[in-house]
Design a protein around this ligand. Structure first.
Ligand SMILES: Nc1ncnc2c1ncn2[C@@H]1O[C@H](COP(=O)(O)OP(=O)(O)OP(=O)(O)O)[C@@H](O)[C@H]1O
Length: 248
């Protein structure tokens, strides 16, 4: 099997002084196979994403990046390969900076220099005009801001995008457009996505593989068509009945 870009190997996690919020979680994201992580509020999805992002260390088990442990020495390579997009496009862009500077952040962070040509190419790839670079976040709608956040995430050509509810703050029409954009970035740029979403319509649209988290344990994972089409676990069935979906 191809080496996963990132994987959690029997990961457990407890916040300081608290009970376990993740128990024995194993999940792999191989290149080209988008993975969805679904589960009710409080199931541990964001915590797992934080561990995968290297922001917090697991209390048990290990996070691996391209087969090796995610150590301090490998963080630079990791930051280059893995980028994130979050739910709220209003709080994720610094209002004091022009878009050009915001989108160039990962390049500067990696010491690659803020190349205007790369910023322009990233803005074009997300469907925004190049004059966007000279403007400020308040001049843009929620959907446009999420495009800007996606441009920032892809500007350094990462392999993997960790997306935490990237469309749930958007209205329905905008949501469909951003999902289409994410799908075409995967097809055109070889990007792979690990998606956290409550919206199973979005999951079905973007992800080949789905993992279901309940109270910090993975109760089911497999091909999305199988997990959503014929869920084997009662929790997944309940989840399917309780969440909103995109109209067909
Ligand atoms: N900083 C923290 N300190 C202590 N407990 C926390 C902290 N953050 C989250 N938790 C607890 O960890 C558990 C998992 O939370 P987490 O945010 O990972 O779930 P989630 O599935 O992402 O939920 P949501 O969909 O609401 O974002 C919850 O019981 C939550 O109360």
């Amino acid at each position: 099997m191809t080496e996963p870009i990132i994987s959690a190997d029997r990961v457990g996690y407890a916040y300081r002084g608290g009970a376990a919020v993740l128990t024995d979680v194993s999940l792999a994201v191989p290149p080209g196979r988008n993975v969805a992580l679904v589960g009710e509020s409080g199931a541990g999805k964001t915590t797992l994403l934080r561990l995968l992002l290297g922001l917090t260390r697991p209390t048990e088990g290990a996070i691996r990046f391209e087969g090796g442990l995610l150590t301090r020495g490998r963080l630079r390579d990791y930051r280059r390969a893995v980028q994130a997009v979050f739910q709220d496009p209003y709080s994720s862009l610094d209002p004091r900076h022009r878009i050009g500077r915001i989108v160039a952040e990962p390049l500067r962070g990696l010491g690659l220099g803020a190349e205007p040509a790369k910023v322009a190419a990233a803005l074009e790839a997300v469907g925004l005009p190049t004059d966007t670079a000279g403007r400020y976040p308040h001049e843009f709608s929620g959907g446009q801001r999420q495009r800007i956040a996606i441009a920032r995430a892809i500007v350094g050509n990462p392999r993997l995008l960790l997306a935490d509810e990237p469309v749930s703050a958007l209205d329905l029409t905008t949501r469909v457009r951003i999902v289409d954009l994410l799908g075409s970035l995967c097809a055109d740029r070889g990007l792979t996505i690990l998606l956290v979403s409550h919206d199973l319509g979005v999951v079905a649209e973007l992800c080949e593989h789905t993992a279901v988290l309940e109270h910090g344990r993975l109760v089911e994972q497999g091909p999305t068509s199988q997990v959503l089409g014929a869920p084997s676990h009662p929790y997944t069935r309940r989840l399917l009945e309780s969440v909103p979906r995109l109209p067909a």
